[in-house]
Design a protein around this ligand. Structure first.
Ligand code: NAG
Ligand code: NAG
Length: 265
């Protein structure tokens, strides 16, 4: 039953990714602000019904979302920086191209040792994503009821633009003693980078409405203790706070899937 539910969740999320029509006007975004993507950070004080703030919900160009491979096929293709030249040749990608750089970046990120207290993996198929996720949470998810996938949901025909959004409903805190966050990596086929950190975090579902009427069911996370964070982290500049002084939060883009233990209610 659990297995079915999770695969159903994956299917739903990937279906969402696939049915979305993108029509991103990057030129106008750049005019609006130097780096609109920084408009995702906030502090817990902002998490109030009626609060307005500029938010940039990024969206992937659908034609650029790589297709998933089956586990059988993915397992036959090496996935290592030591095999990069073989892989570039295999996928007919020229060595000097941006695609080659992206592949190298992804392989390097996937090979990085986890930080202290962190669990990380890269999944090269949906089956392996499912199995590795189960491995992180244990078969009972730590909550006795398996694992559940959460993600930000955009409305149909959503177009990325930096605009003011207003919190439409009382934010809901999601019970999540453990969080595994996964995002798409640039690669010729679907690769998800997932990491889980044992840290003080709070996960929220926040329904917001944009000035243009777009209703987004946003997933947001707040990191409570930032005292050990690098003071150069962009979040501190954007929010004008110092490490440890305040919890910092950010909204997730749609292509970021967050796994949490699932409790039957
Ligand atoms: C999406 O990607 C395709 C292929 O790279 C490109 O032709 C198209 O212009 C892109 N669309 C947008 C909206 O960026
Ligand atoms: C990948 O790299 C390993 C280590 O260098 C090597 O043993 C293996 O043969 C390579 N695989 C392919 C398909 O080139």
């Amino acid at each position: 039953m659990q297995e079915k539910a999770i695969i159903h969740n994956f299917t739903l999320i990937f279906f969402f990714l696939l049915v979305l029509e993108t029509n991103t006007s990057y030129a106008s975004m750049i005019e609006t602000s130097k780096d609109p993507s920084l408009n995702v950070f906030f502090t817990p004080n902002d998490l109030k019904l009626g609060k307005s703030m500029p938010i940039f919900f990024s969206i992937k160009n659908i034609s650029q979302i790589p297709k998933p491979l089956t586990q059988k096929i993915a397992e036959k293709i090496p996935f290592s920086t030591t095999n990069l030249s073989y892989l570039l040749n295999f996928f007919s990608i020229s060595e000097a191209s941006p695609q080659a750089k992206a592949m190298e970046y992804t392989l390097t990120q996937c090979e990085l040792e986890p930080m202290e207290g962190e669990t990380k993996f890269c999944a090269t198929s949906l089956d392996s994503l499912y199995h590795l996720t189960r491995g992180v949470f244990g078969s009972d998810g730590g909550g006795g009821g398996g694992v559940k996938a959460e993600a930000t949901k955009y409305p149909k025909n959503f177009k990325t633009e930096l605009q003011k959004y207003t919190i439409l409903e009382e934010p809901i805190r999601i019970w999540a003693p453990k969080i595994l966050s996964c995002h798409l990596m640039p690669y010729p086929y679907l690769v998800m980078y997932c990491h889980s950190q044992v840290s003080d975090t709070m996960l929220y579902k926040v329904v917001v409405v944009g000035e243009n009427g777009d209703r987004v069911e946003a997933l947001a996370i707040c990191h409570v203790d930032t005292s050990e964070w690098d003071s150069d982290h962009v979040v501190f500049r954007v929010l004008n706070v110092v490490p440890g002084a305040s919890a910092v939060c950010h909204f997730y883009p749609q292509d970021n899937i967050v796994f949490v233990p699932h409790v039957e209610s």
